[in-house]
Ligand binder design. Structure first.
Ligand SMILES: [Zn+2]
Length: 300
């Protein structure tokens, strides 16, 4: 396979009021194509599975909305745009698109922390917060494909603004991007914190989080405690409602928050009560879970 030279953005059916958004959607599609080439192209390949953050409609191949991807604040027909750019693709090449956390859950169910389990909630902590539901041994998709979107359930009515436009959502308390905004807001309000003092104008990296938490930085510790409370509230309600005995926590930000975060979530979950606190387990497949799950989308 060869990736064609990117055609002018306006030829693509990615419509946006802002040219910046168009360029960004185009940049992500070009990256997808570069990855396909780097992995050896499509010769001898049955299909390509793609997992994306956000609200994803797998049956139309569209990312409906992904607030943490610039350029995806409106529907992007991702599979169609990728297919048009694949040259020499074999006949019958299947393309599949799914939500990234559903893909993670699918992979963990096939060969990871959910192997042999039939009912569980998966929470992925990253730039945002994603969720997936395993019910009766199947990933629950919902009629619009949006089931399991734990990041946008309300944990504090009228609370912090969320990237989706809502308020008080879980993601606003646990998502890495939201915590960075909140740390900078507290710093501007006069609280000193290593999170901002070490990072400066750059992104607050995992190593900065490690150093701030390790040094007992009060803002970092407060944010982690508030994050644990928010997760316990959201997870507690979901597990009570759906009788879920198991919660798997994954995503790249989970190890940064670390064992004290997990211990605090467990403590608060047992305080909440309900139908009995679910067991907490760490995801087993790490960063590759999304890619493995995406491949499984094609294998179905
Ligand atoms: Zn939200």
């Amino acid at each position: 396979v060869k990736a064609r030279t990117p055609r002018p953005v306006l030829d693509d059916p990615v419509r946006s009021d802002s040219r910046g958004s168009e360029r960004s959607a185009e940049a992500i599609i070009s990256t997808v194509l570069r990855v396909i080439v780097r992995l050896g192209g499509t010769t001898g390949v049955d299909g390509i599975g793609i997992a994306s953050a956000g609200l994803v409609n797998g049956s139309t191949g569209t990312v409906v909305r992904a607030t943490n991807l610039v350029g995806f604040d409106q529907p992007v027909p991702l599979l169609e745009l990728v297919r048009r750019r694949l040259e020499d693709a074999p006949d019958g090449l299947r393309l599949a698109l799914g939500n990234d956390v559903n893909a993670l859950a699918r992979a963990e169910a096939a060969r990871g922390a959910l192997e042999g389990e039939s009912d569980a909630l998966v929470v992925a902590l990253g730039t945002g917060v994603g969720g997936a539901l395993l019910l009766d041994g199947r990933i629950r998709m919902g009629p619009r494909g949006f089931a399991g979107e734990l990041g946008h359930v309300v944990v504090h009515p009228g609370g912090r603004p969320c990237g989706c436009g809502g308020h008080g959502h879980l993601e606003a308390y646990v998502g890495r991007a939201a915590l960075e905004l909140e740390a900078r807001r507290r710093h501007r309000d006069g609280r000193s914190t290593l999170l901002v003092e070490l990072a400066g104008d750059r992104r607050i990296s995992s190593s900065v989080w490690d150093r701030a938490l390790g040094a007992g930085d009060a803002v970092a510790l407060d944010l982690r405690l508030e994050a644990a409370t928010a997760v316990a509230v959201a997870v507690g309600q979901a597990s009570t409602l759906l009788d879920l005995p198991l919660v798997v926590i994954g995503g790249g930000f989970a190890p940064v928050l670390g064992q004290p975060f997990r211990t605090e979530v467990e403590r608060q979950l047992s305080d909440i009560g309900g139908a009995g606190a679910p067991l907490l387990r760490s995801a087993a497949l790490g960063d590759r879970a999304g890619a493995i799950g995406a491949a499984l989308l094609v294998a179905r």
